[in-house]
Design a protein around this ligand. Structure first.
Ligand code: PAF
Length: 288
């Protein structure tokens, strides 16, 4: 059967009501489209965890600053729908802006502190836009579970916080970052990279992996981050917004090894901004 495409909140709720009445469990996979392997891994995780998978496709204007790429953000709904159908998703909710932000819309969801740090410091309003739209999507669908990638690690932490703070009855599930063979994290904006930039891009993963290994082996985090930053600049990155080691749950100062830690980074290659993150882990045992 062709993938049903739902355009309005009424259609979404009617579909979910039918599924609920039939005793099904529902998983939601929120996306902005331009689907890649990372998104498809979320669909697979969702299908394994719930009996119905609903994907949302909405390029949320509230999470783009006026200077950002809202107008040129890659959009191909037909291609996305075909991928989702092949993957076995059960419905696609693809509303227009008016169905999400109706006339007189005036509410903002702000996650204090967490949303102003790291990405938030370089993209003011970004997490407010995400928190607002994710809250709305969760309240529209009220799924059993919603699925997000670790690639956007700070987004995941912000969403976990708002769901806990607002008592939204949904389980937030995370999927590991999907990477190309050379280590580059799958991302819709990778499509902007020129061939020369694409070749350099995996250096970001290598740099944060170096920091994770160094900290995991007991080395100095600040020194490792400074080295990683310089390596990226030497490799031709246009600028490095941050390379940071943080507590994996709160994104506050790290207390590794007592608590898990994460290395997060953002850097620009030409006009394309890349972000990535990895867990700090002890050096894996080597074969003798
Ligand atoms: O990760 C994304 O694609 C978006 O930030 C999300 C969660 C769909 C909200 O617009």
């Amino acid at each position: 059967m062709a993938l049903p495409i739902l355009r309005t909140t009424e259609e979404l709720r009617a579909q979910l009501r039918d599924w609920r009445c039939a005793g099904e469990s529902v998983g939601l996979v929120p996306t902005m489209g331009a689907l890649h392997e990372g998104h498809l891994s979320l669909v697979r995780l969702c299908r394994a965890a719930t009996t119905r998978t609903c994907v949302t496709l909405f390029v949320n204007p509230k999470q783009f600053a006026p200077s950002e790429d809202l107008a040129r953000y890659p959009r191909d709904e037909a291609a996305d729908a075909a991928l989702l159908e092949a993957e076995g998703a059960d419905a696609l909710y693809a509303p227009d802006v008016g169905d999400v932000y109706g006339p007189g819309f005036a509410t903002r969801v702000v996650v204090d502190a967490l949303g102003d740090d790291l990405e938030g410091a370089f993209r003011p309003g970004f997490f407010e836009g995400i928190a607002t739209v994710v809250t709305k999507l969760l309240m529209k669908a009220l799924p059993d579970a919603a699925f997000f990638g670790e690639k956007d690690y700070q987004q995941l932490v912000v969403i976990r916080r708002l769901v806990a703070d607002l008592d939204i009855p949904v389980a937030i599930e995370a999927a590991p970052t999907v990477r190309e063979a050379d280590g580059l994290a799958a991302a819709s904006r990778n499509a902007y990279l020129s061939p020369a930039e694409r070749k350099r891009a995996p250096r970001l993963f290598r740099a944060i992996t170096y920091v994770a290994r160094t900290v995991g082996a007991g080395g100095d985090a600040d020194r490792a981050c400074a080295d990683a930053r310089q390596t990226l600049l030497d490799a031709g990155f246009t600028n490095v917004d941050y390379v940071a080691v943080r507590d994996a749950e709160t994104l506050g100062p790290p207390a590794y090894p007592a608590r898990p830690a994460r290395v997060l980074a953002a850097a620009r290659l030409g006009t394309t901004r890349l972000i990535d993150n990895v867990a700090v882990a002890p050096e894996p045992a080597r074969d003798a």
